[in-house]
Write a protein that binds this ligand. Structure first.
Ligand code: GAL
Length: 471
């Protein structure tokens, strides 16, 4: 990304809050817009590198630690802070290759660092996956600091209670008891490890989800019910998120149930955050969109989830608003953001002209219908759709809503987005080898009446909606 684009993005991120004042003059706090799929930047314009993140909330400030994948295979652990999950300040590297321990960056690397605050000792603890390059070590490690952004010192590493342990998370119960949860014995089971009072070591092991090959566990407690989100083990590729619940962490977990689409909206679970406010609590799912497209380009995705009884509404939000005072969330008001689609027409498109996969499905405002375009018999792998928006407009961005039912199939990656005033002469407004999943793509404002999306290098393309952003 060019420097100037980074600066524009920073300014855009910085202005996404709007104040709300009640009739009696009392402030109801501000609405913060969280936009998904974008690169997160600090005020200095540096990319936020904190993948598979762990969080603690300290006096209204979210501290997030995570893998620094800037150098891909030797992740240090970075710590950032934010009051609104949008504007992030780089605090420091809390765990550093070759510095925090000698073997780090050589025979060991850290994945999934997770933060805990221990109310008994007043210390901050990081538990993580502590691994060798071929994932054979299957160890965990623990680090501790007096302050959240202080000096994290090595406490321990090894197989917890002798059990081979990989992908992991932590969970702190209401009473302050903390657990390390990890994928055990060559990815077969999940192990629930109760930690000692000082959180330094595992003192009890319970095997849960035996032989179900789950990883990336994330637990949240509502009342007396624990909900666990987890994924299958498919490396960096996304897969179906599943949910289970129980009234007892050690037993009674319900059979795993699919939630969201079969690629968890291109994410893998990292954490569930609770935004407690004066009116309500909003639960936020935090997931990693790994390799988007490279490992250092991994994005952090956040969207609200809702629980009704034992069910969880797990729907992707390309953007949403959150109010950190009241705890409420809402759909971001989009009036004036997108060009109105009522006068649009499909001029021509590849693929199906009529029926279930017709091109007009991308302009009908209905996310459950989609345009399909398959590679032709002659083998041409060019998919296109041309739209007439009815009159000249200035546009500055594009949003493709993927066919959510198709999951990872039919995604547009290699694309060109062209604009034209007369439908004859075309200018490329945006192009690239990697269209990010369900994410606004911004470009220099262009005046046009027609636009065309061209997709290459794909046997099958399926798009639910195309929207363009007004200048
Ligand atoms: C994933 C896991 C990541 C990392 C990756 C390596 O399944 O969730 O934390 O270990 O595999 O391929």
């Amino acid at each position: 990304m060019k420097r100037i684009e980074i600066l524009i993005l920073c300014v855009m991120l910085a202005v996404t809050t709007t104040a709300g004042v009640k009739a009696d003059g009392k402030s109801e706090g501000e609405w913060t817009t969280i936009r998904n799929g974008q690169v997160w930047l600090t005020a200095e314009g540096d990319t936020v590198q904190a993948h598979a993140p762990g969080f603690v909330l300290v006096d209204g400030v979210w501290y997030m630690c995570g893998e620094d994948r800037a150098n891909t295979w030797r992740p240090d652990v970075n710590l950032y802070s934010s009051r609104d999950l949008v504007n992030w300040k780089f605090e420091k590297k809390i765990i550093e290759n070759g510095v925090t321990t000698k073997e780090l960056g050589r025979s060991r690397m850290i994945e999934r660092p997770k933060l805990l605050y221990n109310p008994k000792t007043g210390k901050y603890v990081v538990w993580c996956h502590y691994e060798s390059r071929n994932y054979g070590a299957s160890e965990a490690a623990c680090f501790e600091s007096d302050k959240v952004n202080g000096e994290y010192k090595y406490v321990w590493s090894g197989r917890p209670l002798g059990v081979k342990s990989r992908d992991c998370n932590v969970f702190q119960d209401k009473e302050g008891t903390a657990y390390f949860i990890s994928t055990t014995e060559e990815n077969q089971h999940l192990g629930l490890f109760r930690l000692s009072e000082d959180y330094h070591e595992a003192v009890e092991h319970t095997e849960i989800f035996s032989h179900q090959r789950r990883e990336a566990p994330a637990i949240v407690r509502l009342g007396d019910t624990y909900f666990m989100f987890s994924s299958a083990c498919t490396g960096w590729d996304p897969n179906q998120c599943k949910l289970s619940y129980s009234n007892d962490l050690r037993q009674g977990w319900t059979p795993l149930e699919n939630i969201g689409n079969n690629i968890a909206f291109d994410t893998q679970a990292a954490a569930i955050l609770e935004v407690r406010g004066t009116k309500t609590t909003t639960y936020l799912y935090v997931g990693d969109r790994w390799q988007d497209p490279g490992l250092p380009d991994t994005k952090t995705i956040i969207f609200p989830i809702e629980f009704e009884g034992e069910k969880c509404k797990f729907e992707y939000h390309e953007r949403f608003d959150i109010n950190f005072t009241t705890g409420e969330w809402r759909e971001t008001p989009t009036d004036g953001l997108f060009v109105d689609k009522s006068g649009w027409k499909v001029v021509e498109s590849s693929g199906e002209a009529e029926g279930r996969g017709a091109g007009r499905n991308v302009i009908d405002g209905d996310k459950t219908t989609a345009w399909f375009s398959r590679q032709g018999e002659e083998g041409e792998a060019l998919h296109f759709i041309q739209i007439d928006v009815g009159r000249k407009q200035k546009i500055r961005g594009l949003l493709l809503t993927p066919n959510l039912q198709a999951g990872g199939r039919g995604l547009v990656r290699d694309y060109e987005f062209l604009v034209s005033a007369d439908g004859k002469e075309w200018t490329v407004a945006s192009s690239g080898r990697w269209m990010p999943y369900y994410t606004e793509v911004d470009f220099e404002a262009q005046e046009c009446r027609y636009f065309k999306l061209v997709c290459k290098r794909s046997r099958f393309v399926s798009v639910a909606e195309i929207d363009v952003m007004k200048e």
